[in-house]
Design a protein around this ligand. Sequence first.
Ligand SMILES: [Zn+2]
Ligand SMILES: [Zn+2]
Length: 201
Amino acid sequence: MPDVEQHDEGDAGYDPLDPQADHFRPPSIPTLVHCLHCDQEYDSWRMEWRISKDENDQPHGFWCCPIEGCDGAGFGFDIHPVDEDYTDPDGRDMGQWCDDPPPDPETDPDKPPAEHTAVRCEKCGQTYSSADMVWWVDEDCPEDAFQMSGWMCPTPGCDGTGFGWDVRPTDPNYSDPDGRRILRPGQKCVPPEFDEGDIPF
Ligand SMILES: [Zn+2]
Ligand SMILES: [Zn+2]
């Protein structure tokens, strides 16, 4: 799960509808790219700028995979240069995402607190101790992709994830010892605000 960080989309000057302001725009010099979603290769100039809605229902443009039916998006995100030694002509750090540290349950921002507390999962409705939450890592992840991981609800078949997200303290007055933002029981889950360098949508 990406870090919850301040992002600057609310700042004046960032226009989510400006294709050239998008961090995940194709490079100014086209290069052969590979899409992790559809496994196709093509020249980056074929990527398409499409407008859809962001989490606040506001129009937001994304650079998308041109292959029909594919939902891959973002140069350097789902769509990567084929050349391993690729250097971005626009000075972006394309290798950044591969240098992410391996998933670590201890540094995950949504880990259960050291002092365990009673929790309830918003997805399956089960109540248990936060000590029962299980650490999950996507073992099927391709080597060169961002590896998904997270603290999960232990209920078989439930995809509830994250202490303070789907799995929440039953005590409405719970105060997190690490000072994290914790959703209360029944509180509407708003998607975390991602740093725009983390995720394009
Ligand atoms: Zn694709
Ligand atoms: Zn659950």
